[in-house]
Write a protein that binds this ligand. Structure first.
Ligand code: AMP
Ligand code: ZN
Length: 116
């Protein structure tokens, strides 16, 4: 995939603070954090959006959620009295800006309202 910033992070072409990685996914710190912990979980493979998490990619959706909780554990957010939020943006009105599917994992402060 040409000109995909998240593919470039997967390839190590641009720097990121990696929080987790395995054979299918990586997680790294969002460059513009909206909370004390703000990580992005992405598949290594270029899958454009949640709309393509089907067919051969269907089970990737479950793995990305698993990774989100692993990241939350590592960030000390996995206890119920702490907690975190997972957000997937899609489409223009949903606010997806990077066309490589990603889960936002946010926490470390109380998150109130729809998006906190
Ligand atoms: P979205 O609006 O859901 O597409 O979110 C894209 C997210 O990617 C935003 O929160 C950006 O701050 C974040 N982002 C964009 N470029 C980078 C980068 N090079 N490293 C880390 N996070 C990034
Ligand atoms: Zn990509």
């Amino acid at each position: 995939m040409d000109q995909c910033v998240f593919c470039d992070i997967v390839a190590g072409k641009i720097p990121a603070t990696i929080l987790y990685q395995d054979d299918r996914a990586i997680a790294f710190k969002d460059i513009h954090p909206q909370a004390p912990t703000h990580a992005l979980v992405i598949p290594r493979e270029h899958v454009p959006s949640v709309a393509e998490l089907r067919g051969k990619h269907q089970y990737l959706a479950a793995h990305l959620i698993f990774v989100a909780h692993e990241v939350a554990k590592r960030e000390g957010l996995a206890a119920v009295e702490k907690g975190y939020r997972v957000v997937i943006n899609y489409g223009r009105e949903g606010g997806q800006e990077v066309p490589h599917v990603h889960l936002h994992v946010m926490g470390g402060r109380p998150l109130n309202g729809i998006m906190g």
